[in-house]
Design a protein around this ligand. Sequence first.
Ligand code: G4P
Length: 535
Amino acid sequence: MSDKALAAQLKREVERRRTFGIISHPDAGKTTLTEKLLLFGGAIHMAGSIKAKKAARHATSDWMTIEKERGISVTSSVMKFEYDGYEVNLLDTPGHQDFSEDTYRVLTAVDSALMVIDSVKGVETQTKKLMDVCRMRDTPIMTFINKLDRDGRTPFELLDDIEQSLSIECAPMTWPIGMGKLFQGVFDLRNNLIRFFDAQGGKSTRPKEAVVVKGIDDPTLDEHLGAQAAAELRTEIELLEGAGYPFDEKRYLSGEQTPVFFGSAVNNFGVRELLEAFLRHAPAPMPRKAETREVSPLEEQFSGVVFKIQANMDPAHRDRIAFLRVCSGRFNRGMKARHQRTGKDMLLHNAIIFMAQDRAGVEEAWPGDIIGIPNHGALRIGDTLCGKEPLRFLGIPHFAPENFRRVVLKNPFKAKQLDKGLSQLTEEGAIQLFRPASGRDLVLGAVGVLQFDVIAARLAAEYDVDVLLEPMGIAAVRWIDSDDKDAFARLEREYASSMVTDADGHPAMTFASEWRLEKAVEDWPQVRFLTAREV
Ligand code: G4P
């Protein structure tokens, strides 16, 4: 292919790609929404397929299930589908008990996110955490307020909740007409359309097709909705015009505003409109910062960054799959790429691409796509693969863990194996390890507690080491850094017993309570206490 033809194809492929994740608190409806999106995309053919996997995952959390689940989650953690000429990559951000650092890192590989909010519950804790991560990179976010078929909070309360709790402007794109039993549908504010709700399986006599009205004052509104509902809708929209924000694509793209849609995922109501607006407004693959410069997806030189490792899919082979997001250029099967960290070339002949229910060998991939590269430990989280020009992508962070365990070795003669196991699992990003400056107990840190079960089980199965992971009196850890060498040395002296280093040798400090952490931040203004550290 000539350079010109490649450049043209690259541009086309980039423009039609959308790579995103769904963020939500457990039970808000992420799985249901995912399934509806995949049905639209023709990536699955039967409602219930994704739910069945989820049910299997939550049945028990013993090791066998975790192990079995890995087989499933690799295939379902990236879902690719086509819709209306777009190539969509939906990255799963595990919620629930398996909430972990993976969840955070996946968000570094997307260009935008969909946020699902339960209309009964409003903004919940996990949503807040995930939103904080999105904010680190100003990720654009579209919002779907779900479960309008239930009696929830009023739309005004919900918008206010989002604006207050998440500090983001809301721009409603649709407006609900009633809710719960009285839910009639939504008014499409930009196109002056009424879309009627029809509970799936219900015997509604409503027209399935949306009707166009001449604005909110159109008298036919009364015929369609009934006089009272029409009057209420008019009052609400009048209020909204005074108080709400109109949609502004620029503000959405810079992460300052979220367009809001109302609907009911389980009834497949409002999902198509959400998908279509999403494809139209959400960003195509964006440039990405490397150490030396910003890399545009349109550059012909191939590059990509590893954001997740799934290890030991097959315990007999100790294989790992590195999930790589293509950042620029075209990927071809069998191509060579430079492994930036080691400086060696890697032959990429057996990379795989993930489909909703399957995975397949990949012949070709473009910026925004996620490919899986089987390897035996050569690739780590944060690694860059690139062409001749050495590049190192930034922005795959370690997040300060929130849960801590002391490692107790059952058989002291296995210290060497333990060391090896822990260092490999740490490299893989499965857990974080902190070594105390004084004292011998190794400290494991995790964002989600399920990570500990996985680590203990994997140490036993893969390294033949039995450990106990005991709770300990640590409430928080922060990486520490300061330009004031004297102050830093004083802090280290005064809190010698709280000083630790992470697996890469970076200094950090542990705290017995949130209060102590706050106090340290207050007392030591010369020192930075960091919640995230770039890999
Ligand atoms: P999650 O992935 O965010 O955890 O949520 P999930 O989709 O599993 O949905 C959580 C529950 O909410 C499910 O009920 C689901 O059916 C229900 N749900 C999703 N969308 C809607 C909606 O628009 N309206 C109503 N009323 N419910 C909705 P469940 O009882 O946990 O499971 P199921 O047995 O009903 O599938």
